[in-house]
Design a protein. Structure first.
Length: 91
C-alpha cells in the first residue's frame, strides 16, 4: 500500500528545476577578482623591472575586467556604443 501511495505522489507533483544562476554569478565574480589580483601582481612586478608599458597594459586590463565584473550593464552599453560607432547601424 505504501508503494502505491509513493508512486501516486511522485506522479502528481511536478519536478522542480534547480536555479543555478546565483552560483554561476558568484563563480564568475570570484574568477574575475582572481584575474584582477593576478594582473595587479604582474603590474607590480613590471613596475619593479622598470617596464612601464607592460605595467600600464596590465593595469588597464585589470580595470577593464573590473568594469565587466562590477558594472556589467555599463560595460555592455559601452561595447554597444563602440560597435555602433565603428560599424554604424543599430545593435
Amino acid at each position: 500500500m505504501t508503494i502505491v501511495r509513493t508512486l501516486e505522489l511522485a506522479q502528481t507533483q511536478p519536478l522542480q528545476q534547480v536555479n543555478l544562476d546565483g552560483i554561476k554569478q558568484a563563480i564568475f565574480t570570484l574568477l574575475g577578482v582572481l584575474l584582477m589580483i593576478v594582473l595587479g601582481v604582474r603590474a607590480f612586478w613590471s613596475y619593479m623591472e622598470d617596464k612601464p608599458g607592460r605595467m600600464m597594459a596590465q593595469i588597464l586590463g585589470a580595470m577593464a575586467c573590473g568594469v565587466f565584473i562590477f558594472f556589467p550593464d555599463t560595460a555592455e552599453n559601452i561595447l554597444k556604443g563602440v560597435i555602433q560607432s565603428v560599424f554604424g547601424g543599430t545593435t
